[in-house]
Design a protein around this ligand. Structure first.
Ligand SMILES: Nc1ncnc2c1ncn2[C@@H]1O[C@H](COP(=O)(O)OP(=O)(O)O)[C@@H](O)[C@H]1O
Ligand SMILES: N[C@@H](CCC(=O)OP(=O)(O)O)C(=O)O
Length: 386
């Protein structure tokens, strides 16, 4: 193994394995990577699709594929493509406008990727999802199996939100959230969020006093103070969602880069350790069910209040499941397999878990000793770093 390059982070490669190493800490393999491409990356300032940029990104993705890396693309752009294709009357309802543009623009967007990747020798598959698809564990596993099936055939999954049905509460905050959920779902080791700036700055990116933050880890200051509320011309969520999703993913053990997709060769630079970007150091990798739970707060079906003793046990170094003896009360209508939110006596949210049984059994067991856990440790996620 030879270091190929040393900048802030270095890259080691063997024939089959590429390792990224930041500041000489433990090297992490780069085997499965989710790359999110923002609307602004693939559109010009005029709003017209930037086909040269898309082509360049496809060439770089193909190069990652040729190195044996499994790549999943999450791409925005349907609305931006549709908006340029179809002029709609001013008075059209804004939600309907977005649905029409997305329904129309997604065709051109996916065709563009399909043609470009075909020229590079790769097949792609389109996956359009809504938040609901991440709701229950069975549905989630079906989607995961499909993506893994595609990857095993060498096919590049190209994912976008199904904007025609995903409106209001059914929407992801934006595709950064979708990319981060996808990375957790398929146990990716790396998540790359490509946008139109180099990363997170200490102020507005175009301000001369603003500095790029190169490295973030669990000990870093809260960066949300630096983020401006506004977002770029075609984006939805803005930099704050990127920061939140990057932190959450890093906490699950996924290495994250926020980088400038408009820069020529950005993916190659990340791989070579030369990218000017914001890098999030990953924590130790969490088990898959915990990753599913980490993103499950919007989907919980019931809430469980636990006593101080139970809280102490859950946060201790010992591996502890949540037993009915520590449960004070519960609410909601849940069954075995549903997500539960855990709160402490003061009402603070402290974690999420998967119910081992439903309300009928919990009613019988609540407060009793020697009962089967209501949440098994393997299906317990505590909010320690969120
Ligand atoms: N502190 C900051 N550092 C970097 N970018 C910031 C910051 N605060 C706000 N932004 C804005 O966030 C934008 C990127 O987010 P967004 O518009 O959602 O892009 P995308 O379409 O790539 O998802 C940048 O163009 C920038 O204007
Ligand atoms: N699903 C939408 C993208 C929404 C979105 O999150 O956009 P962005 O903030 O540019 O990643 C579309 O394809 O237009």
């Amino acid at each position: 193994m030879n270091p190929l390059n040393t900048g802030n982070f270095s890259v080691f490669s063997t024939e089959r394995l590429i390792l990224l190493n930041f500041n000489n800490q433990t090297a992490i393999p780069l085997q499965t990577c989710v790359i999110k491409i923002g609307s602004n990356v693939i559109t010009q300032e005029s709003g017209m699709p930037d086909f040269l940029r898309i082509k360049s990104l496809c060439v770089q993705v193909a190069s990652l594929k040729n190195k044996g890396i499994r790549v999943i693309l999450v791409t925005s752009g349907a609305v931006a493509f549709g908006r340029k294709n179809l002029k709609l009357p001013e008075k059209t309802n804004p939600v309907l406008k977005k649905q029409i543009w997305a329904a129309n623009g997604q065709i051109a967007l996916i065709n563009t990727y399909q043609n470009l990747f075909a020229d590079l020798g790769f097949a792609i598959a389109q996956i359009l999802v809504t938040k609901e698809d991440f709701r229950d564990r069975k549905h989630y596993l079906n989607m995961k199996n499909c993506i893994e099936g595609l990857l095993s055939q060498g096919i590049i999954p190209v994912i976008n939100e199904n904007d025609t049905v995903a409106i209001t509460e059914l929407m992801f905050t934006d595709n950064d959230e979708l990319a981060s959920l996808t990375a957790a779902m398929i146990n990716a080791d790396t998540l790359i969020l490509l946008t139109n700036v180099d990363g997170i700055y200490t102020g507005p990116p175009d301000h001369p006093d603003s500095e790029l933050i190169h490295h973030v880890d669990s000990k870093s200051l809260d960066l949300s103070q630096y983020i401006q509320a506004g977002k770029s011309s075609f984006g939805r969520g803005g930099m704050l969602t990127k920061l939140n999703m990057a932190k959450k993913s890093a906490n699950l053990g996924i290495r994250v880069f926020i980088a400038n997709g408009k820069k020529e060769g950005v993916l190659d630079d990340i791989l070579d350790g030369n990218a000017i970007c914001t890098h999030f150091e990953p924590s130790p990798v969490k088990h898959s069910p915990k990753k599913w739970l980490a993103h499950g707060e919007q989907y919980y079906k019931g809430e469980i209040k636990i006593n101080e003793g139970a809280k102490k046990a859950l946060f201790s170094q010992k591996i502890s499941s949540l037993l009915p003896v520590g449960v004070i009360s519960f609410s909601g209508d849940f069954e075995k397999g549903d997500i539960l939110r855990i709160i402490d006596e003061a009402g603070n949210r402290i974690g999420l878990g998967r119910a081992e049984y439903g309300i009928k059994s919990l009613t019988e067991k609540i407060g009793l000793k020697n009962q089967k856990p209501i949440i098994h440790y393997d299906y317990l996620y505590l909010f320690t770093h969120d």
